[in-house]
Each structure stands twice: as structure tokens, then as C-alpha cells.
Design a binder for this molecule. Structure first.
Ligand code: AGP
Length: 610
């Protein structure tokens, strides 16, 4: 949430900063700003409410020219989206941008006000600017003043600053919010995400927690919290060139839905041999660790939480290992009992979700046997802080509404379940082969769903004028219904709820009328007959039904019932498969409603604050 770009170069950096901001816009997009300094110490400073394009329009024709600059796109936490709250924030001698939250900002603000500082915004960030200015008055040295400033901050921050009097130095700190340095020829860059800098470099240095770095056009110095000089590795980015472009697609979400067959292929690559799961592809010591596992505790937020809910069914029914799944923001604030030999699995697309990270840190003190993350971003905080990680290979996911990260998490989780089942001798070779072979054909099967895109677009017309929608599923399709409801809420702003179909009669049946479409995920499996009875309960009360089933089912279109019959697939991988038509449904509803699909209101891609 929020995006930072910084550059120090011999050339004009304004377009590098604006281009970088556009790449980060999915992290926050309610206001943005830029501050650029030239060699004559002249400052260009612009801020604007709205998307980055608004800022670009403002800056155009202003002849901004300077080699040192910082820029920011904001997702409001402290203070409404407004020009005065947009970053950068200036104090007398400094300019600052910041991601995260300064928890002790009120205390610092009082102190700074009594030292004579005037606050112009409602943000917590402004305290960093004034504090840095205050310490610069004392020490006259940017690095020294910055160290003193950072020592006073409590909370999470990734911050970059420069001194208005010193046009060739940027200074940055990372604590709870990622910062990466991009290395160029006679120029260097800073960003909160490497995606912002792919147009100017592919060489990156990822700062670690507590690192402070000083960047000049021809020099990078990194220090630990005590000011000791340290080395960080330089990594060549392997992100694909087209990772951040929509290509033929109208939205990133659409692109990412259609990328799922490839994302699943990539996630499976190197993790199976013939139809066996390669246990050691999870971790070189996985056999030893997994043999001991008696309980799995999954922690995640949002869509990642929903993939955990799905996996619970698999862990218990296939690997016969008990599994609990909990929302990170709940888990981190309650007293929980750690069961013996528990494996903690955190799930996250970004690897930077504040609640999930905090839950992991807490769990590490509470006696879990091992901590593992299933994550899409290599080098993210979650990956670094877990004992080991099993990466989803979804590729960059830009749409705020998660799609391919979800299905690839499910693939990783099913591989994990198979591996645990195998090493604990809970599944036989036949079962292992059944799971792995059905995972292998899944990309092709998902491809076949895309032929139904037009049919799904057609039925989506029935939803666009509705205010509520109910999603139903049973067994492991209940979490898929929850995920479908989340997608519809996020991008179409239609209130949607999911129920385990058997629970209908305990309350939600009262809601059924012709204005409440009911979507049922109804593959033919052992619960099919039960689900049919639940569908009858809805029909009998005049509900309008949309049944997503497979070619083996007996459902047919009739009055008030529309049926989409997809090719039948193996029942174990069916939850992953049936996710895709749900994504397409919410996408088409959002298209009709004309919402901002990739950047839905009030949301940010990575929630790095509590
Ligand atoms: C997904 O569509 C959401 N935007 C959101 O719920 C997301 O899944 C959640 O914030 C967790 O993010 P993470 O996977 O990056 O940890």
C-alpha cells in the first residue's frame, strides 16, 4: 500500500519517477506527488489528488528538470486523500516520502510543535520530515540526522528523504515496509517495489529490516541500525518484461484470469516427477520435517485466507492431519494454544501483509515446530522471516482482486498435502498419482473454461442491477463460494455472501426472493444429492438460481434456473477449476457496472498496515 520511487542521476529524472509511480499505482491511488531538485538546488514540488495521471497532467509543461527526486502514490491511512496530505512532505530543509504507519506520531508531533514546528497535514509522515529537519539543525549532517530520526520512530516504515541543500544524495530506511535499491550506470534508484524500476534497471539490492542506505549517483552505502557499514547482495531481476503491461487485455484482472493455465504450469514445474510429488522440492529437509507434523495451522488474510480454508478439507481428508485456519488479524490478538508438532503455514500473495507478518512473528515465539510460507513474491518479508518457503509461480499480480495467486496457492497447498500424506504413509501411490496427474491436466481443463466466457458474460447481465448475491457451496466448494463472494464485492461493489448450502435452512432462506440471485457451485461429487435438495429449497421460495455444474450432472435450464455445464474434472482439483468461472462472473458484472476493475475504490493491493 502506497508506492515510493526515488532517483539520483546525472540526467533529468522526472519521467523515471512518474513512470515508476504508474507501475506502483496498484499499491495506492488516491493521491500522488513528486519533489525534484536540480544542481542549483532549485526544487520542483507538485502534489495532486486522484490517479498518477492527474499528477502527470499537472507536471506536464512545467519544465521540471532535476537529477534528484522522490515520488509517492498514496493509499490514505492518517488523513483523508487531499493535496495537503499527499506525499512528499516538506520541512524547512528536507523532503520526505513514507510508506507504513508511525505509531508514536502523536507524541512526536506534540514534541515538535513545542519546538516550533507547524504541521500542515493530518499525516503521521509529516513528523518524519520535521524530526529530520530538527536533527539536521543539531548535526548539519544528513546521515547523522537521519539515524537520529529513525531511532525515534515506532511502527512500520519504508522512507526516503533528501536535503534541499544537498542535491546529490538520497537517504532511505526500511523497517516493516519494503525498500529496494536499483543500480544503474551513473545513476541509482530507490523504490518500494522493483516493478517501478524495470524500465531503468534489472539490478537490485533488497534492503533488510533495519537497514539504512545512502545513495548517490555513483555510490551506494548500506548501514545497520548502529551505523555499521554492511554489504547486501545484488540480484538480477528475472521478472518478465511484459509483467506490468496489459497487452491485448482490457484489465490486469482479465489478463491474470487468462494467465492461470500458464501460472499453474509454472507452479508445478520441477515439483513432480512422472506422477510423483517431489517432496524435496518443498525444502531439502522436507521429508524429515513433514514426517513429524501432527497439526497444521494456517494463517492468512482475504483471498489467501480462503485458499487456506479450502486446504483444510484436503489436509484432513487426504493427509489425515488436523488443520486449523485463522484470519491473521484475529490470531495475532488472542491467546492460542500451540498443539504439539504444529507446522505454521502463512499464505500470502505479496508477502508483505502486515497482519500476516505480525502473526508469523508472534507464532515464532509460541513453540511451532516450523514456520513455512506459501508466497508469490521472492525476497518478501514473509519469505525472509519464515523457516522455509514454497513459492507460487503466478508471476506479478497487479489487479487488486487476487486471481492467479489464489489458484496457484491452491496448487502449492495440494502438493503440500500430497507430500505430507506421502511421507506419513497416509496415502498410497495410487492416490498420489491420481492427485498429481489431475494437477497436471488442470491447465488444459482451465483453458476449456474460457470457451464459456461468453455464456458467463451473458448471465452476468442479470447481476448488474442487483444489490445482493448469495453464493452456495458444500464441502471444499464452500470456501470457493466465499472467495467468489469476495471477488464480486471487491470489484462490482455488490453485497455478496457465501453460505455452506446445508446452512441455508438455519436463516439465510429468509432472504430468498426474485431480487437475490443465488449462485451455486455444484460439481457432481459425493455431496451432489445433498446440494440438489438445497437447490430445491431455494427454487420452492421463488429464488433465481445460477448453477455452475459439470457435464455429468442432471441439471438443465428451466424457469428461474440457469445452468452452466463445464467439462467434468477430477473431484480433488475441482475447487481450483470451479474458481475460474466465479472470477469471470465477477469480472463481467464489474465490466457492466463500469467500476475500476483493477483499482477498486478504497482498496490496495498489499495491505502493509494494520
Ligand atoms: C484479494 O482479492 C484481496 N485484494 C485481499 O483480500 C488480499 O487477498 C489480502 O489483502 C491478502 O493479501 P496477501 O495475499 O498479499 O497477503
Amino acid at each position: 500500500m502506497c508506492g515510493i520511487v526515488g532517483a539520483v542521476s546525472q540526467r533529468n529524472v522526472i519521467n523515471i519517477l512518474l513512470d515508476g509511480l504508474k507501475k506502483l499505482e496498484y499499491r495506492g491511488y488516491d493521491s500522488s506527488g513528486v519533489a525534484v531538485l536540480n544542481k542549483n538546488k532549485e526544487l520542483s514540488f507538485y502534489r495532486k489528488v486522484g490517479k498518477v495521471q492527474e499528477l502527470s497532467n499537472l507536471v506536464e509543461n512545467k519544465n521540471v528538470d532535476g537529477g534528484t527526486g522522490i515520488a509517492h502514490t498514496r493509499w490514505a491511512t492518517h488523513g483523508e486523500p487531499s493535496e495537503k496530505n499527499a506525499h512528499p512532505h516538506l520541512s524547512n530543509k528536507v523532503a520526505v516520502v513514507h510508506n507504513g504507519i508511525i505509531e508514536n506520531y502523536e507524541e512526536l508531533k506534540h514534541e515538535l510543535i513545542s519546538s516550533g514546528y507547524n504541521f500542515k497535514s493530518e499525516t503521521d509522515t509529516e513528523v518524519i520530515a520535521h524530526l529530520l529537519d530538527f536533527y539536521l539543525n543539531e548535526s548539519k549532517n544528513l546521515r547523522e540526522a537521519f539515524f537520529k530520526t529513525v531511532k525515534r520512530l515506532k511502527g512500520a516504515y519504508g522512507t526516503v528523504a533528501f536535503e534541499l541543500n544537498n542535491p546529490e544524495v538520497l537517504i532511505t530506511a526500511r523497517s516493516g515496509s519494503p525498500i529496494v535499491i536499483g543500480l544503474g550506470y551513473d545513476e541509482n534508484f530507490i523504490a518500494s517495489d522493483q516493478l517501478a524500476l524495470l524500465n531503468v534497471t534489472r539490478k537490485f539490492m533488497f534492503l533488510e529490516e533495519g537497514d539504512i542506505a545512502e545513495i548517490k549517483y555513483n555510490e551506494i552505502s548500506v548501514f545497520d541500525v548502529n551505523g555499521k557499514s554492511i554489504e547486501r547482495d545484488i540480484i538480477e531481476s528475472n521478472l518478465k518484461e511484459n509483467a506490468t503491461v496489459k497487452g491485448q487485455y482490457k484489465h490486469f484482472m482479465e489478463k491474470e484470469i487468462f494467465e492461470q493455465p500458464q501460472a499453474i504450469l509454472d507452479t508445478l514445474a520441477g515439483r513432480t516427477l512422472d506422477n510423483d510429488v517431489l517432496v524435496e522440492s518443498i525444502h531439502y529437509d522436507a521429508k524429515e520435517i513433514l514426517e513429524k507434523v501432527e497439526h497444521v495451522q494456517i494463517i492468512a488474510c482475504g483471498t489467501s485466507f480462503n485458499s487456506g480454508l479450502t486446504a483444510k478439507y484436503w489436509f484432513e481428508s487426504i493427509a489425515k492431519v488436523s488443520c486449523d485456519v485463522e484470519i491473521a488479524s484475529e490470531f495475532r490478538y488472542r491467546d492460542f494454544v500451540t498443539r504439539p508438532n504444529s507446522l505454521l503455514i502463512t499464505l500470502s500473495q505479496s508477502g508483505e501483509t502486515a497482519d500476516t507478518l505480525a502473526a508469523l512473528k508472534l507464532a515464532k515465539e509460541k513453540g511451532f515446530m516450523a514456520t513455512m510460507s506459501i508466497c508469490n513474491v521472492a525476497g518478501s518479508s514473509l519469505v525472509r522471516e519464515s523457516d522455509f518457503s514454497f513459492m507460487t509461480k503466478a508471476g506479478v499480480e497487479i489487479g487488486v482482486a487476487s486471481t492467479k495467486a489464489f489458484t496457484t496457492q491452491l496448487v502449492c497447498l495440494l502438493l503440500m498435502v500430497t507430500a505430507i500424506g506421502k511421507v506419513k504413509c497416509k496415502i498410497n501411490t495410487e492416490k498420489e498419482h491420481e492427485i498429481i496427474s489431475s494437477l497436471k491436466v488442470l491447465p488444459k481443463q482451465i483453458q476449456s473454461i474460457f470457451k464459456f466466457d461468453k455464456d458467463i458474460a451473458e448471465i452476468s447481465k442479470d447481476f448488474s442491477d442487483k444489490h445482493h448475491t448469495l453464493f452456495l457451496g458444500r464441502g471444499e466448494f464452500y470456501p470457493i463460494a466465499i472467495e467468489a463472494a469476495l471477488k464480486l464485492k471487491e470489484i462490482s461493489y455488490i453485497h455478496a455472501e457465501a453460505y455452506a448450502a446445508g446452512e441455508l435452512k438455519h436463516g439465510p432462506l429468509a432472504l430468498i426472493d426474485e431480487d437475490m440471485p443465488v449462485v451455486v457451485i455444484a460439481p457432481t461429487n459425493e455431496l451432489f444429492e445433498k446440494l440438489k435438495s438445497n437447490i430445491e429449497e431455494v427454487k420452492a421460495r421463488g429464488g433465481k438460481l445460477y448453477v455452475f455444474t459439470d457435464t455429468e450432472s442432471t441439471f438443465t435450464d428451466e424457469e428461474n434456473t440457469k445452468v452452466i455445464k463445464l467439462p467434468a474434472v477430477n473431484h480433488i482439483t475441482a475447487p481450483i477449476y470451479f474458481t475460474v468461472p466465479m472470477q469471470l462472473l465477477s469480472y463481467h458484472v464489474a465490466l457492466i457496472k463500469g467500476t475500476d476493475v483493477d483499482q477498486p475504490r478504497n482498496l490496495a493491493k498489499a495491505v502493509t498496515v494494520e
